[in-house]
Design a protein around this ligand. Structure first.
Ligand SMILES: *Cc1c(COP(=O)(O)O)cnc(C)c1O
Length: 514
């Protein structure tokens, strides 16, 4: 649609009457996206979507929709209940665009929630239209080959040898589960002389332990539970003030584990904790894991982005020694979700996941060269999320992406400096990557947690800003912190400073509120 076109038509009841040829959706409502005619059917629909995105964003006019969650839910229910028809695509797209938290807005900086690159979104549209599925060669001939090439490039970036292998995942949660599953199968299998993946856990297995820092992602515990080990199998290793695992503490808990006759199964090091970007001592973690026959998994879901930057990559020294790694390109990689990556240093570690399904990867097909990726994933039907990464690497290259990482790092430093300069704000620690924690300090320090939690909701309610809220590890009051995660490289330092001042003003308003 051009700017001169009439506003999108509204349907009255079931029959939709298109106002012009361009939005002639009657014809295309049941059209399929494949082939040459499919592309033609898609064109007016894509235009309608782009139009609705702009309309919705203009209606929102800020980082998040104004009002209460109840008001928004009522608006969604109202539009959802409107009579159906051709215009549902436009109507619902405009609704969600108006009702979105927009990570491209400079005042939306709470989570590892990136504004995706337009070129990656366009690449993803191509994949939606073609709909390949990575579980068998005959559903994904080219994207099967492309995924392997992309993973080879990412493995080299991570410092892995050519024996590495991997797969695209839904994200860090699934990648962490895969790392710990392969760790369980190898370490527990070796200890019990039993193929865990075929026979399940023995009746009385040795107590397996997973070691992760107090700042590790919650998905590590969830994975332990899913793997039949129980959340209590995870031993929490203390962190220093900057929330990095203390290597001497890790050495201590590993010794204690062995002394009790338990099995050290895996050390999970975090390279870039979700809240602060803290990076555990990767070399020490790899050495201690190896000494104890444990698997070393590095959760670099966030910090893996540092690999793109010449300036920050040295922070991840030692990553290549890990048995497995999680990377999320839907964080510091500017991809639309999902773009998770799981890598193992040795392809043979994958043995326990291998599957033969007569209808997907019969042995004679594989021998004839029709190789499928089925045995690399926990999933069956699987979207080729490597494609948008391939396109992004092609367009921007590692250098182009590295500049985006560096820009966000510089924004975080500017934000931290603005916090440090403000008399009512307190910085927790300097940013390592692109995030930092801080808080508003009220006149009565006993009210700090309540005021900080309240000021964040106030900013949401007034649709002025989306800032994060978390808690430092430990017990007791005084641990609530605000968080800024800078992931929009086009934001300016002045905009980040403005956001910091907005937070301080909201803190004052909250403090004075009855
Ligand atoms: C985001 C994150 C995860 C979870 O990843 P998803 O992609 O959301 O599944 C795991 N670990 C860390 C350190 C993260 O930052």
């Amino acid at each position: 649609m051009t700017a001169n076109d009439a506003p999108p038509h509204r349907t009255t009841g079931i029959t939709a009457v298109p106002t012009d040829g361009v939005t002639g959706m009657s014809a295309s409502a049941s059209a399929l996206s494949g082939g040459v005619s499919g592309a033609a059917a898609l064109e007016p629909l894509v235009r309608a979507v782009l139009d609705a995105l702009a309309e919705g964003a203009a209606r929102r006019g800020g980082p998040i929709p104004a009002g209460t969650p109840q008001e928004l839910a009522a608006r969604v229910a109202r539009v959802f209940a409107e009579p159906g028809g051709e215009d549902a695509l436009h109507r619902l797209t405009a609704l969600v665009a108006a009702g979105s938290a927009d990570p491209a807005d400079p005042a939306c900086a709470a989570h590892l929630h990136c504004p995706p690159l337009a070129v990656a979104v366009a690449a993803d549209l191509a994949i939606s239209a073609l709909n390949p599925s990575q579980d068998s060669w005959d559903q994904a001939p080219a994207t099967t080959a492309l995924e392997t090439l992309v993973l080879g490039e990412l493995a080299a970036m991570a410092g892995y040898p050519s024996t590495a292998a991997g797969v695209l995942t839904s994200g860090g949660t699934e990648s962490n589960l895969m790392g710990l599953m392969l760790a369980r199968d190898r370490v527990l299998g070796r200890a019990t002389g039993r193929r865990i993946e075929h026979h399940g856990l023995p009746a009385s297995p040795p107590q397996a332990r997973i070691f992760a820092s107090a700042a590790a992602h919650f998905s590590v515990r969830r994975a332990a539970a899913l793997l039949g080990l129980g959340e209590d199998a995870v031993v929490t290793v203390p962190v220093d003030r900057e929330l990095r695992m203390k290597p001497e503490a890790l050495a201590g808990v590993l010794r204690e584990c062995v002394r009790r006759g338990e099995l050290p199964m895996a050390v999970v090091a975090t390279a870039g904790t979700t809240d602060t970007g803290a990076i555990d001592p990767l070399e020490a973690c790899a050495s201690l894991a190896a000494e104890h026959g444990a698997w070393c998994h590095v959760d670099a879901a966030y910090g893996g982005g540092a690999l793109l930057s010449d300036r920050l990559a040295p922070l991840l020294a030692g990553l290549g020694r890990a048995d497995s790694v999680s990377l999320d390109w839907h964080k510091l990689g500017w991809q639309p979700a999902a773009a998770g990556v799981f890598l193992v240093r040795q392809a043979e570690s994958y043995a326990s996941l291998a599957r033969r399904a007569a209808y997907l990867n019969p042995a004679d097909d594989e021998e004839a060269g029709y190789t499928s990726l089925l045995g690399l994933s926990l999933r069956t039907t699987r979207r080729p999320d490597a494609f948008k990464i391939a396109v992004t690497l092609g367009v921007l290259g590692r250098d182009g992406l590295g500049r985006l990482v560096d820009a966000c790092h510089a924004l975080a430093r500017a934000g931290a400096a603005a916090v440090r300069a403000h008399p009512r704000l307190e910085l927790h620690a300097d940013p390592v990557l692109t995030a930092f924690l801080f808080r508003y300090v009220p006149a009565d320090p006993a009210r700090a947690d309540r005021v900080n939690a309240g000021l964040r909701r106030r900013l949401l309610r007034e649709a002025r800003a989306v800032v994060g809220r978390t808690e430092l590890p430990g017990e007791g009051p005084g641990r609530v912190r605000l968080k800024l995660t800078l992931l929009n490289p086009h934001t300016t330092a002045a905009e980040v400073e403005r956001l910091v001042h907005l937070v301080a003003a909201a803190g004052q308003a909250e403090e004075e509120a009855p």
